[in-house]
Design a protein around this ligand. Structure first.
Ligand code: TRP
Length: 363
């Protein structure tokens, strides 16, 4: 959901797969058809490629049962569609054993758009419903490492601080929430875990997981260990206790956009080697840009997304001026065939963000 990664750059993918859909933490691109048009992301194919599982009706029903809460609309509406080991977290909850929620944001600019809010709204709900700690990692180091050569560390520190304000506005419980910037928090048990992880991931594995090659900076390669380290309770002794053996058994649930999955595939492999519990994941779909499915949302392109700082008037203008319509070309056609809500941006935005009454018609 990151604007930088939605731009057509730096994919580092082999040229031979350029026309197939390509989803990595740095590039989200639908399949390019014969006519050059970019298609919508095929999520079922991603589940197959990444080896994750679809969240099915039975799992949703169990989720609702064990929490005793109506499911969040992202779950009800299949915006969160895939998972790894979600059952294990529900087991923990049933047994009243501890776990935590972990999510993050790469602060690539001081502006965030509504698509960025999906994992945070979900993380808030999960932390509230399960009554467990929430960790929010701001990866200012990641975005510095991925950014252009003339950008400074201080710029990214500033973005992290600005983004933190937008993220805090989601309304987390301050007593259960820890938000940090990598530059500020680096050191201690967190850094020890980073070393433990980095030692166990070799170049070959990182290259094939992320599409790195010999021109990739060592910083970018190493960062995989940083994002991984927050998945482990042993990184945060002030939250989970100094007893490493006990903390090693405390898992986390990571709500994220599905492009982040490669990081956590590596994390899960390393977890077993370290004797830590593997993180569980739930994956969200991407919010389409205003131009419709297959287009790229970018906080730096005015017409592509709704920014958190936009006024209601600006939002109205953007929707009426730019939002792709699923309606037919003519009124006659529209009356005969009806619109297509799957591609209609206004409909999709309401599907993501409009909470309605709990009756079965309004799910
Ligand atoms: N790499 C993510 C980004 O670019 C930020 C991030 C760090 C993250 N840890 C995470 C996202 C955990 C989801 C879950 O935005």
């Amino acid at each position: 959901m990151e604007e930088a990664k939605l731009l057509p750059k730096d994919t580092e993918a082999p040229a031979s797969v350029a026309r197939e859909q390509n989803v990595t933490p740095w590039s989200v691109k639908g399949e390019v058809g014969e006519d050059g048009e970019v298609k919508a992301i095929n999520y079922n194919k991603l589940v197959e490629q990444f080896g994750t599982k679809i969240i099915d009706d039975a799992l949703l029903a169990r989720f609702e049962r064990v929490t005793g809460h109506q499911l969040h609309r992202f779950l009800r509406r299949r915006i969160v569609f895939s998972h790894r080991d979600l059952e294990l977290i529900l087991d923990k909850h049933e047994k009243k054993e501890p776990f935590f929620i972990y999510t993050g944001r790469g602060p690539s600019s001081d502006i965030m758009h509504i698509g960025h809010m999906v994992p945070f709204q979900l993380a808030k709900w999960l932390s509230d419903v399960f009554e467990v700690p929430l960790i929010v990692m701001l990866t200012d180091d990641e975005k510095y490492l991925m950014g252009k050569m003339d950008r400074t560390v201080e710029e990214y520190e500033h973005y992290a601080r600005e983004n933190a304000k937008d993220i805090i506005a989601v309304g987390f419980d301050p007593d259960r929430t820890f938000i940090f910037s990598d530059y500020e928090f680096m050191g201690g048990d967190f850094y020890k875990n980073i070393s433990r992880i980095a030692k166990r991931i070799n170049r070959g594995t990182a290259d094939s997981c992320f599409g790195f090659n010999s021109s990739t900076s060592i910083g970018k390669v190493h960062f995989a260990a940083v994002q991984a380290a927050s998945s482990f309770a042993t990184s945060f002794p002030f939250l989970f206790g100094a007893n490493r053996l006990q903390a090693a058994k405390i898992p986390c649930l990571i709500p994220c956009a599905v492009d982040q999955d490669p990081y956590f595939r590596l994390t899960r492999d390393v977890a077993s080697q370290l004797g830590y519990t593997k993180p569980s994941l739930i994956h969200a779909k991407f919010l389409d840009a205003l131009q419709g499915p297959g287009s790229k949302m970018s906080a730096s392109v005015e017409a592509s997304s709704i920014l958190l700082r936009d006024s209601p008037k600006q939002i109205l203008k953007k929707i009426t001026k730019y939002a792709f319509s699923g309606g037919q070309e003519t009124l006659e056609d529209h009356r005969a065939k009806g619109g297509d809500p799957e591609v209609d941006v206004s409909y999709q935005y309401l599907r993501f963000f409009l909470e309605v009454c709990a009756c079965s018609d309004c799910q």
